[in-house]
Ligand binder design. Structure first.
Ligand code: ATP
Ligand code: MG
Length: 572
C-alpha cells in the first residue's frame, strides 16, 4: 500500500469522545470511526488487524477439529421463547417485526439457533462429538455502550458450540477449547489470565473467563500470588474473617438515630466501625421475600444469594414491600424480630457480638446485638463479594490480590440446558434417547483488538505485536521527491512483499517528522528509512517500534534483517 493513496485518516488531537487510551489511539491511528452509540465502522487499517485476529482464531479452532459455519443474524422469537430467554434477555435484545408482524431479534448470541439446527440434523451417537463456530456481528443493546469497541452494541464475536455424548466428552472438548484459547491470545500478543467465573443467565456450571489485566477493565478479579488461584469477584469464594470483637456488649438496647440511614452516616453518628454493623437487604427471590445479612462494610453478591436460594429470578424488594415487612421506613431494617421472611446470613455474621443493626422502627437502631441471643438466620452461607486481602480460598495461606480485567473470551460448559429445552437429542449405542451435552465458547474479536492496544502502546502511539499489525513494516523515503531515495525505497518495499512481509510505502510529500509521527502512531512494528546519508553508503536505517532499536544494514541485507526481527517477535 502506498500512503499517498491510503484511506488512513489519522488525527493529531485526542478526540473528546474517547475516554480510554485504546479508544483514543484507535481513532487517532485511523482504525475506526463511530457511526452511532456503540456502533463502529472499521476502516481499512483496523479491519486488517481484525482479519489477522480472525485468521489466528480460525487456524487454532480448525486445528482442534471445529468447523466454521455461518448462522443467521435475524432469529425468530419462537426459538427464544422455547429456551425461555425471549423475556429473560430483557432490554439488551434488539427486537424487530417483519411486515407480517412476526417477531425476531438480531442475534446477541446463538445457542438457540445452533441447538435447533443440531437437534434437527443429528440423531445418532456416531455423529458426535461435533464442534461448530462462526465469526459474525452480534447485537446487544448495552445499557452503557462505552470505551469504543470494548463495549459496543454491534460487535464482532467468534462464537463456538460443542456437542458431546456425555459429560466426560464435554470435559475433554472444554479442555481443548481452553488450550486453543490460550494459544489464540498468545499469538495475538496478549497476556491473559483465565479466571473462574460465574455462569450467570446463560446457565451451566463450569466456566472460565479470559481476562486482559488493565486498569480500565470493567471486571474485578482476585488472584493468589502464592498458588495461582484466580477468579472473578462475582464467583470467588469469600473466606470469612472472624468477627472483630470477641465479647458481648451486654443487653441489646435501642438508640434514637433520627434520619441516619446509611452505613456511613451510622458510623459517624454512633462512632462504631462498619465491620460491627449488620446490613439487612431485602430481595424477592422468585417473588418470595428474603432478608440477606452481611457485615456493614461488605458488598452482598446477588449471584451467590440467588444460588444459595436456588432462585431463577432475584430482584431487590421495592421500598413499599420493605416497609410492609419491617414496619419501618427503608434504612432502619434489621434482623431482630423479623417475621414472614426467610433470613439468609453471610458466614461472617454468624457469631456476631456487640453488633449494630436497624431496629425495624423509624429513626432507631439496636446496639449490643449478639448472634443467637438476639437474632439468627434460616441459612448461613457465603454471600459476600470477595475483596483483595481476603485469605485465598484455594491454598488458605496467602492474601488475595485485586486487579481489573477486560474479558476477551469466555468458555462455558452448558450441560443439557439448551438441548433439553429445544429437544436436541441423540440415540446412544443402545438406541436410548439422550440429550446432547453442550459447551459454548466466545471471543470478542473487536474487543480483543482494543485490548491489544490497551496492552501495547506508549506515549507516541500503538505498538502492534507483529502477528496482528495491520502492516508489519513501513518504508519511509526521507524526501519523496528525490528520485534516488524513492527508487531505493520502492525496491525495498517490493522486496519485502516478495518475502511475504506486508509493507507500506510512505511516498507522501511530507516532512520526515510528520511521516515518523504517523508511523509511530499507527504502530508499524518496523520502520525502514531511506535517507541521503545512509544511501550514499548503500545502507538504510531499520528501527523497531517496540524497543526503538536501530540498525543500519546494507540495502542487500535489509529484508533478511527485517525477517529475522519479525520472526523473533512472533515467537510466543
Ligand atoms: P460482558 O460481561 O463484558 O458484557 P458477556 O459475558 O456478556 O460480556 P459473552 O456473552 O460471554 O459476554 O460474549 C463473549 C465475548 O464477546 C465476551 O467475552 C467479550 O469478549 C465479547 N463481548 C460481549 N459483549 C460485548 C460488547 N458489548 N462489545 C464488545 N464485545 C463484547
Ligand atoms: Mg454482556
Amino acid at each position: 500500500m502506498r500512503m499517498s493513496e491510503a484511506f488512513v485518516p489519522t488525527l493529531r488531537e485526542v478526540p473528546a469522545e474517547a475516554e480510554i487510551v485504546s479508544h483514543q489511539l484507535a481513532l487517532r491511528a485511523g482504525l475506526l470511526r463511530r457511526s452511532s452509540a456503540g456502533v463502529y465502522t472499521h476502516l481499512p487499517l483496523g479491519y486488517r488487524t481484525l482479519k489477522k485476529i480472525m485468521q489466528i482464531i480460525r487456524e487454532e479452532l480448525d486445528a482442534i477439529g471445529a468447523q466454521e459455519l455461518m448462522l443467521p443474524i435475524v432469529q425468530p422469537a419462537e426459538l427464544w421463547r422455547a429456551s425461555g430467554r425471549w423475556d429473560a434477555y430483557g432490554a439488551e435484545m434488539f427486537r424487530l417485526k417483519d411486515r407480517h408482524d412476526r417477531e425476531y431479534c438480531l442475534g446477541p448470541t446463538h445457542e438457540e439457533i445452533i441447538t435447533a439446527l443440531v437437534g434437527a440434523e443429528v440423531d445418532s451417537y456416531r455423529q458426535l462429538p461435533l464442534s461448530l463456530y462462526q465469526i459474525q456481528n452480534k447485537y446487544r443493546d448495552e445499557i452503557r455502550p462505552r470505551f469504543g469497541v470494548i463495549r459496543g452494541r454491534e460487535f464482532i464475536m467468534k462464537d463456538a458450540y460443542s456437542f458431546d455424548r456425555d459429560p466426560e466428552g464435554l470435559n475433554e472438548t472444554y479442555e481443548r477449547f481452553f488450550r486453543a484459547y490460550q494459544r489464540i491470545f498468545a499469538r495475538c500478543g496478549l497476556t491473559v489470565h483465565a479466571v473462574e467465573a460465574d455462569s450467570g443467565a446463560i446457565g451451566g456450571s463450569h466456566t472460565h473467563e479470559f481476562m486482559v489485566l488493565a486498569e480500565v477493565g470493567e471486571d474485578r478479579i482476585v488472584h493468589c500470588p502464592q498458588c495461582g488461584y484466580a477468579a472473578n469477584v462475582e464467583k470467588a469464594v469469600a473466606v470469612p474473617t472472624p468477627w472483630p470483637v470477641t465479647a458481648s456488649g451486654g443487653q441489646a438496647e435501642a438508640v434514637a438515630t433520627p434520619g441516619v440511614r446509611t452505613i456511613d452516616e451510622l458510623e459517624a453518628f454512633l462512632g462504631v466501625p462498619a465491620n460491627r454493623m449488620i446490613k439487612t437487604l431485602f430481595y424477592l427471590a422468585d417473588g418470595e421475600p428474603v432478608a440477606a445479612l452481611v457485615r456493614g462494610d461488605r458488598e452482598l453478591n446477588e449471584v451467590k444469594l440467588a444460588t444459595a436460594l436456588g432462585a431463577t429470578r432475584l430482584e431487590m424488594a421495592p421500598p413499599e414491600r420493605i416497609e410492609e415487612l419491617t414496619g419501618a421506613p427503608v434504612g432502619f431494617s434489621g434482623p431482630v424480630g423479623l417475621s414472614g421472611v426467610r433470613i439468609v446470613a453471610d458466614h461472617e455474621v454468624v457469631g456476631a457480638l456487640d453488633a449494630v443493626a436497624g431496629a425495624n422502627a423509624a429513626d432507631a437502631h439496636l446496639i449490643h446485638l449478639d448472634w443467637g441471643r438476639d437474632f439468627a438466620a434460616d441459612v448461613a452461607c457465603d454471600l459476600r463479594t470477595a475483596v483483595p486481602g481476603d485469605t485465598c480460598p484455594s491454598c488458605r495461606e496467602a492474601a488475595l490480590e485485586g486487579a481489573s480485567g477486560i474479558e476477551v473470551g469466555q468458555v462455558f460448559q452448558l450441560g443439557t440446558k439448551y438441548s433439553e429445552a429445544l429437544g436436541a437429542r441423540f440415540k446412544d449405542a443402545e438406541g436410548k434417547e439422550q440429550p446432547i451435552w453442550m459447551g459454548c465458547y466466545g471471543i470478542g474479536v473487536t474487543r480483543t483488538m482494543a485490548a491489544i492496544i490497551e496492552q501495547h502502546h506508549d506515549d507516541d502511539g500503538i505498538i502492534w505485536p507483529v502477528t496482528v499489525a495491520p502492516y508489519q513494516a513501513i518504508v519511509v523515503p526521507i524526501k519523496a521527491t528525490d528520485a534516488d531515495q524513492m527508487e531505493a525505497a520502492k525496491k525495498v518495499y517490493e522486496q519485502l512483499w516478495t518475502a511475504g512481509i506486508d509493507a507500506v510505502l510512505d511516498d507522501r510529500d511530507e516532512r520526515p517528522g510528520v511521516k515518523f509521527k504517523d508511523a509511530d502512531l499507527i504502530g508499524f512494528p518496523v520502520r525502514i528509512t531511506v535517507g541521503p546519508k545512509a544511501l550514499a553508503e548503500g545502507r538504510v536505517e531499520v528501527r523497531w517500534r517496540d524497543n526503538r532499536r536501530e540498525e543500519r544494514p546494507l540495502l542487500s541485507e535489509v529484508v533478511g534483517v527485517v525477517q529475522a526481527g519479525l520472526r523473533e517477535r512472533a515467537r510466543f
